[in-house]
Design a protein around this ligand. Structure first.
Ligand SMILES: [Zn+2]
Length: 582
C-alpha cells in the first residue's frame, strides 16, 4: 500500500526504526512514564502536549491532534513526501529501498540522475581548469571546502555539457527538464558557460539545481537554474543540507545573500550558513530555518537594497516566531560582504558582530520610527495603524505580548485586546478542528486493536460476533485477521500498512484515544470492549424479531429465548466492567 514500495519493506523499516530517536534528533524529548513528552513542534504551546510512545512507535499531540508514525513525522516536520520520508528512514537504518518493478521509477528519478552526473562533470572540469582553480584560491577557498560543497566549473563553450551527457534525444529532453539548457534560435545550448558552479542540494542531499558565478563579463554575474519540477527557489536554501548534515539542530543559523558568502564563511569555520536563491525570503524558508535552529540571523548589506531585503525577511519571519524562536539582523558596512568582513577582521570579530546583531524587535520599531513623527499624536496613531497588522501576525505568546507592550509604550496608549490570543483560545476548544467522537463498543474494540495489535489473537478465539452485520464490523474483522497474522506489529507499522485503506484516517484517530487500564489488564479491557460489542449485536438481533411472541415460528422462539438469556449474561458481565479487579 505504500505505493511503489512493497508493504513488507515498510513493515521491516518501521521495525528497525525507533521513532523516539528520529524525533529526538529534531525536538528535545523528556521522559514521562512510559512515554516521552515535548512542546509540540506543530503548534504553539507552553506546556507539553506532544507525546511519543516507544511501545506504539507513534506520536500524538493532544493540543492540535497531530499524530502518526516516524514516516508521518518526517513528512510533516521536514516537508517530505511519502517516498522521500521512507528513503530517509531507510538510509538512517542502513536499508536499501526495494522497488516493485522496473516501470516504477519515479517520474523525477531520472532528473536527479542527470543532475548528479552534471555535478560530477563540473567537478572534473574544475580540476582541469587552472583559471577556475586560481579564482577559488584568490577567494581564499581551500580544496577541502570546494570538495565539501561540490564546487565545479562549467567551461567556456556552448555544448560541453550537452556533448558529455545528452547525445540521445531522451538525454537531451532530460537535460532540458532539469533546467540545464537554454533555447536559442538554432536549437538548444548549455545554460551555464564559463562559470564557477555551485550545486544546490535538497534536504536529502540530492542535487536539484545549480548556481553559477560568471568568470567573464558576458552575462549576469550570478545565474541560477530556472524553476523545474525539482527546484523551487522559494522552498530551498542553498547550503541547508550541508549545514544540517552532521547536526540535526543547530544553535544558530545564518542567512547570507549568496553562495560565495556561504562557502567563504565555511572556510572560516562557520558551517551554519545558508543563502536564499536570488529571491526574497519566504515564510516557507523561515519555517525551514527555525526547524534547523532556534536562532536565525539574517545577514544583509547595509545599503538600501539590503535593508529592503531584510524587511521582506522580517515580514516572512513574523508568523513563524513561536515560543523559543528568535530572529536577529546583522547589517554590514557599505561595500562589505560577509566574505570580505570575515577575511579582514577574522572569525572572532565576525562572531562578535553576530552576537551584537540587532534583535528583530529593534529593527522593527526603528524601521517605523524613522517613518513617522513620534512627537505628534497623529504620528503615534499612524505608527499603531502601520504596525498593528504586522504585530498580529506573530503567534500568540510572550513575544507577541512583548511587541504589543512596546507598541503601547511608543504610542502612549492602550491597544485593544490582541487578536492572536483570541484565536489561540478558540483553537483550544476543538481538538484538531474535529468534534470528539463518541466511544461506541465497536470503536473501543478497534482502538484497543490498533494500539495493541497482539490482542487480535484473543478476538480470533471467540465466535461471539458470528453473523454480525453492524455497521463498520467488516473493518473490525479485517483488522483482527490482519493483526493476528503479525501480532508483533507496532501501531505505527499497522497504520503505515493501512495507509491507503479507506478506514485509515478513522484508525489513526482511534490510535490517539487514551484508553483506560493498565498493561496487565489490556487483554481484559479489550475483551470487555468485545463483550459490549456482542451485547450490542445481541440487542440488535432481538430488536429485529417480531414484537409479538405469537408471530414467531417455534424455531425462532428458541432463538429469541437464547438471545434473551445471552443478553442477561452479557449485561451482568458489562455491569462488572469498570469495577476494580480483586
Ligand atoms: Zn500540537
Amino acid at each position: 500500500m505504500g505505493g511503489l514500495i512493497p508493504d513488507s519493506f515498510i513493515e521491516e523499516l518501521l521495525g528497525r526504526t525507533d521513532i523516539v530517536e528520529i524525533i529526538e534528533r529534531r525536538v528535545s524529548l523528556k521522559r514521562a512514564g512510559r512515554e516521552f513528552q515535548a512542546c509540540c513542534p506543530f503548534h504553539d504551546e507552553k506546556t507539553p502536549s506532544f507525546t511519543v510512545s516507544p511501545q506504539k512507535q507513534f506520536y500524538h499531540c493532544f493540543g492540535c491532534g497531530a499524530h502518526g508514525s516516524a514516516i508521518s513525522f518526517l513528512m510533516n516536520f521536514e516537508g517530505l513526501d511519502f517516498v522521500d520520508a521512507v528513503e530517509d528512514l531507510a538510509r538512517h537504518a542502513g536499508l536499501e529501498v526495494p522497488r516493485e518493478a522496473s516501470r516504477t521509477a519515479r517520474p523525477s528519478e531520472d532528473l536527479y540522475e542527470i543532475l548528479a552526473a552534471a555535478a560530477e562533470f563540473y567537478q572534473e572540469e574544475l580540476k582541469k581548469s587552472p583559471e577556475a582553480v586560481a579564482y577559488l584560491k584568490q577567494r581564499g577557498l581551500s580544496g577541502e571546502v570546494a570538495k565539501k560543497y561540490g564546487i565545479g566549473f562549467a567551461p567556456p563553450g556552448w555544448d560541453n555539457l550537452m556533448t558529455r551527457l545528452g547525445t540521445s534525444d531522451s538525454r537531451m529532453a532530460r537535460l532540458k527538464r532539469a533546467g540545464m539548457l537554454s533555447q536559442g534560435n538554432s536549437g538548444e545550448y548549455d545554460k551555464f558557460r564559463h562559470r564557477i558552479m555551485f550545486p544546490i542540494h535538497d534536504r536529502r542531499g540530492r542535487v536539484i539545481g545549480f548556481g553559477g558565478r560568471a568568470l567573464d563579463e558576458g552575462g549576469p554575474k550570478y545565474l541560477n537554474s530556472p524553476e523545474t519540477e525539482l527546484f523551487h527557489k522559494g522552498r530551498e536554501l542553498y547550503g541547508l543540507y550541508l549545514a544540517r548534515n552532521n547536526q540535526a539542530k543547530l544553535d544558530r543559523i545564518l542567512v547570507v545573500e549568496g553562495y560565495m558568502d556561504v562557502v567563504a564563511l565555511a572556510q572560516f569555520g562557520f558551517n551554519n550558513c545558508v543563502a536564499t536563491l536570488g529571491t526574497a525570503t519566504t515564510s516557507e524558508q523561515a519555517e525551514l530555518l527555525f526547524r534547523s535552529a532556534d536562532e536565525v540571523v539574517y545577514c544583509f548589506d547595509g545599503d538600501r537594497a539590503g535593508r529592503k531585503a531584510a524587511w521582506r525577511a522580517l515580514e516572512a519571519t513574523l508568523p513563524k516566531l513561536r515560543e523559543g524562536r528568535q530572529a536577529r539582523f546583522l547589517f554590514l558596512p557599505e561595500g562589505e560582504d560577509p566574505d570580505s568582513l570575515v577575511r579582514a577582521k577574522g572569525a572572532e570579530a565576525f562572531s562578535a558582530a553576530l552576537d551584537d546583531s540587532q534583535a528583530l524587535s529593534e529593527f522593527f520599531f526603528d524601521h517605523f520610527s524613522a517613518e513617522v513623527d513620534m512627537s505628534s499624536i497623529d504620528g503615534r496613531a499612524r505608527l499603531v495603524e502601520l504596525t498593528k497588522p504586522l504585530v498580529d501576525k506573530i503567534p500568540a505568546g510572550v513575544f507577541h505580548d512583548m511587541m504589543l507592550a512596546r507598541l503601547e509604550t511608543l504610542a502612549q496608549h492602550r491597544i485593544a485586546s490582541p487578536v492572536g490570543a483570541v484565536s489561540a483560545q478558540k483553537k483550544r476548544n476543538t481538538v484538531a478542528g474535529k468534534p470528539v467522537q463518541q466511544r461506541t463498543p465497536l470503536r473501543m474494540a478497534l482502538a484497543h486493536l490498533v494500539q495493541n495489535p497482539a490482542l487480535a489473537v484473543n478476538a480470533r478465539n471467540t465466535d461471539a460476533l458470528e453473523g454480525c452485520d453492524l455497521t463498520g464490523i467488516e473493518i473490525y474483522r479485517e483488522l483482527v485477521d490482519f493483526c493476528a497474522k503479525s501480532p508483533n506489529m507496532t501501531t505505527a507499522q499497522l497504520l503505515e500498512l493501512w495507509r491507503d485503506h479507506p478506514a485509515q484516517s478513522h484508525l489513526n484517530t482511534l490510535a490517539t484515544w487514551s484508553l483506560p487500564g493498565e498493561e496487565s489488564r489490556l487483554v481484559q479491557e479489550f475483551m470487555d470492549a468485545v463483550t459490549s460489542l456482542e451485547l450490542q449485536w445481541t440487542e440488535t438481533q432481538i430488536s429485529r424479531m417480531p414484537k409479538r411472541v405469537v408471530d414467531l415460528e417455534p424455531e425462532d422462539r428458541k432463538k429469541l429465548l437464547m438471545l434473551q438469556q445471552r443478553r442477561q449474561q452479557l449485561k451482568s458481565i458489562v455491569a462488572q466492567q469498570g469495577e476494580t479487579p480483586e
